[in-house]
Design a protein around this ligand. Structure first.
Ligand SMILES: *Cc1c(COP(=O)(O)O)cnc(C)c1O
Length: 446
């Protein structure tokens, strides 16, 4: 099956130059002189157009996109419904500031978030520009509502690059090194990581390990919030053992702690459900969303229990651009596309194809230690054969070979040894199969 994408970019892989081509190299020189070195890029090619499952670079190379701009272009990078909604809105008005003269699009996005996020309780939302900003505001809301200050986060967590979210993020290099001091009153407890936990450890046992540490080291009655990615993103696409999330959420409920699900990467159809929490029937108190929400436009949200969201005084939440009307129009277009085009199912199909292809490759590739993920959020963890020793060099070599062949793949993981696959849900079966074939060939040759 393929979705009817109706995009302008030819849907095939084609290399006209070596990667990077001459135009990309010229841009790289200009960039080196003008763009801060602290902003990195996975690939040295410069984009000209993108849509469906393809990125076209400035040299006319057509690349298979298995990264979706880090799980952002879930509906593709130029879905007609998004393009149309943006064009219509941008001609009407680009900005008034919701905090000055509000507009309908913001309200409509909040209504949609109330409808789609887990649980049927009364919900409200506040809109922001980036995932990190949503996370910061979720913590603000939880602290304000509970009158407590401590926040518990997990090993391998990624929540952003701003000051508070750096403190929540687990990995020092590249996210935190040299950027301290960090926000205080943040505590880290072990994640459920089935591939690396003692074998046979259940989700409930892993939850108890985390809960005991939080309770003994911090004290349940001091904790405002527990924040967790229901499937971890940058930390390695770690899917916790079944029952883990529910047990942590139950403990939070029993202790008056706000349970925040950071669905910035896993949310919005990516995993074959609207939200990753849905797979386990876990209902968070607050949900943070961004990335896939608006078809590539910058938008983020905190959605949660009305009584929590309403605890904050007027003016305590907001921002000049938060819930920008063009971004809201894009979100409504993207959500409509997800609904109309059956994208939840499509994510599941993509996941099944990736899983079966990688499992077949694993037969002859002992370096594939683990294959995991849900829907169109899949990863393989590479190790020294027969051990759990991370092989980051292999992951980097495989990614490099894919890039040279015109396939965009991303790496991740605390140990840098995970290759993650996050294709746009508008990729065709043929392109997906070709991308996976190049990936498995790269594994063989690397
Ligand atoms: C990407 C990400 C963030 C940060 O989002 P930005 O838009 O980059 O600020 C936060 N949480 C998770 C789980 C993410 O994947």
């Amino acid at each position: 099956m393929s979705l009817d994408t109706d995009v302008q970019v030819p849907q095939r892989r084609e290399l006209r130059t070596s990667i990077p081509g001459p135009r990309s190299q010229t841009l790289a020189e200009r960039r080196a002189a003008a763009v801060a070195a602290g902003v990195g890029s996975t690939m040295p090619v410069y984009a000209a157009r993108a849509g469906g499952g393809v990125i076209e670079d400035v040299d006319g190379n057509l690349l298979i996109d298995l990264g979706a701009g880090i799980a952002v272009t879930t509906v593709g990078a130029s879905h007609p419904k998004v393009v149309e909604a943006v064009q219509r809105q941008v001609a009407e008005f680009t900005h008034t500031c919701f905090m000055i003269t509000p507009y309908e699009g913001y309200v409509a996005v909040a209504e949609k978030l109330a409808e789609l996020t887990p649980g049927d309780h009364a919900k409200k939302s506040a809109l922001f520009n980036s995932g990190a900003e949503a996370v910061e505001n979720a913590i603000k809301i939880a602290r304000h509502a509970t009158g407590r200050t401590a926040v518990v986060a997990f090993d391998h967590a990624y929540h952003g690059r701003t000051n508070l979210t750096m403190a929540l993020t687990a990995k020092a290099m590249p996210y935190k090194k040299g950027f301290g001091p960090f926000a205080s009153d943040i505590y880290r407890v072990p994640m459920s990581y089935p591939f690396r936990d003692p074998s046979g450890m259940t989700g409930e046992q892993a939850a108890q390990r985390a809960i005991t540490l939080a309770d003994k080291a911090v004290g349940a009655d001091q904790i405002a919030a527990v924040i967790i990615e229901p499937i971890q993103g940058e930390g390695g696409f770690i899917v916790p053992a079944p029952g883990f999330l529910a047990a942590v959420a139950a403990w939070c409920r029993d202790n008056g702690i706000v349970f925040i699900a950071d669905e910035v990467q896993a949310g919005f159809a990516r995993t074959g459900a609207w939200f990753a929490c849905d797979h386990e029937d876990v209902v968070p108190d607050l949900v943070t969303t961004a990335k896939g929400i608006a078809g590539g436009m910058p938008l983020a949200a905190v959605t949660g229990r009305a009584e929590l969201m309403d605890a904050v005084h007027a003016g305590g939440l907001g921002g000049t651009y938060g819930g920008n009307p063009v971004a809201c129009a894009a979100a409504l277009g993207a959500i409509e596309a997800m609904e109309a085009d059956g994208m939840l199912q499509r994510a599941e199909q993509i996941g099944a194809v990736i899983r079966s292809t990688l499992e077949a490759a694993q037969q002859s590739q002992p370096a594939i230690g683990d294959i995991r993920g849900r829907g169109a959020m899949m990863a393989l963890e590479l190790v020294q054969p027969g051990t759990q020793e991370p092989d980051a060099a292999l992951a980097a070599a495989v990614a490099k070979k894919c890039h040279e062949q015109g396939v965009v793949v991303l790496t991740c993981g605390t140990f840098g040894n995970v290759i993650r696959l996050l294709p746009p849900l508008t990729i065709s079966d043929e392109l997906l199969a070709e991308g996976l074939q190049i990936l498995t060939e790269a594994l063989t040759s690397a």
